[in-house]
Design a binder for this molecule. Structure first.
Ligand code: SAM
Length: 199
């Protein structure tokens, strides 16, 4: 899936039932967000937020003085997020992850769950994430299930070209403004944490 129309058609059709399909993932999202080590008053963006499953945890981490923005390309996902009340804990914005409507170096942390491999140009996406993040800011690439377990659930085998594999991801991040600082790919979760380097 690459083009915006295909992304919107695919995820738009799944938005209304997204949360009921994955009802037990909340603790995994909370634990993933915790690894961003957010402080009260900081700013965080959930890129490709979908129905906003990470948004309550991001808001809890930054508190009432922080800012939380959820962005997604698919309007139905954002509508479902709002219907679930997640517009109370975050500003929801329809935007392409490769063209975020945010000023440069303004964000303390970005969270992206199940997103990067959907991007037409993952390098450009990571570069855009770096543009909006201050030096020393953090990025979490997350999924509430590891790559092998997800592939098995779907009856696929893991692709050797998967950009989320550490040997691919580390240099891809480094070339686009990030240093990979921790990497987990277990049955329980996929979580890569990176820190924004200085240009
Ligand atoms: C697998 S879903 C994950 C949703 C959410 N992060 C979660 O964990 O429940 C991927 C999401 O990425 C969004 N997406 C895909 N390509 C995107 C792009 N170029 N810009 C912004 N969002 C995009 C889709 O609309 C979808 O909501």
């Amino acid at each position: 899936m690459r083009g915006h129309a295909a992304v919107r058609a695919f995820f738009g059709a799944r938005a209304a039932t997204w949360d009921t399909k994955f009802p037990d993932d909340t603790p995994a999202y909370e634990a993933g967000v915790a690894q961003l080590d957010l402080r009260a008053g900081e700013s965080a963006v959930d890129v490709g937020c979908g129905t906003g499953r990470a948004l309550p945890a991001l808001r809890a981490a930054v508190g009432p003085d922080g800012t939380v923005i959820g962005t997604d390309l698919t309007p139905q996902m954002l509508r479902t997020a709002a219907e679930a009340g997640r517009n109370v804990c975050a500003l929801l914005v329809e935007a392409d992850a490769a063209r975020l409507p945010l000023a440069s170096a303004t964000q303390d942390a970005l969270f992206a769950a199940g997103l990067v491999h959907h991007l037409a140009d993952p390098a450009a996406g990571l570069r855009e994430f770096a543009r909006v993040t201050r030096a020393g800011g953090r990025l979490a690439l997350f999924h509430p299930i590891g790559r092998a377990a997800l592939a098995a659930r779907r009856g696929h085998s893991l692709s050797p070209d998967d950009i989320r594999a550490e040997p691919h991801l580390r240099p891809l991040l480094a070339a686009n403004g990030w240093e990979l600082t921790s990497y987990e790919d277990t049955a329980a979760r996929y979580l890569a944490i990176a820190v924004r380097t200085t240009d």
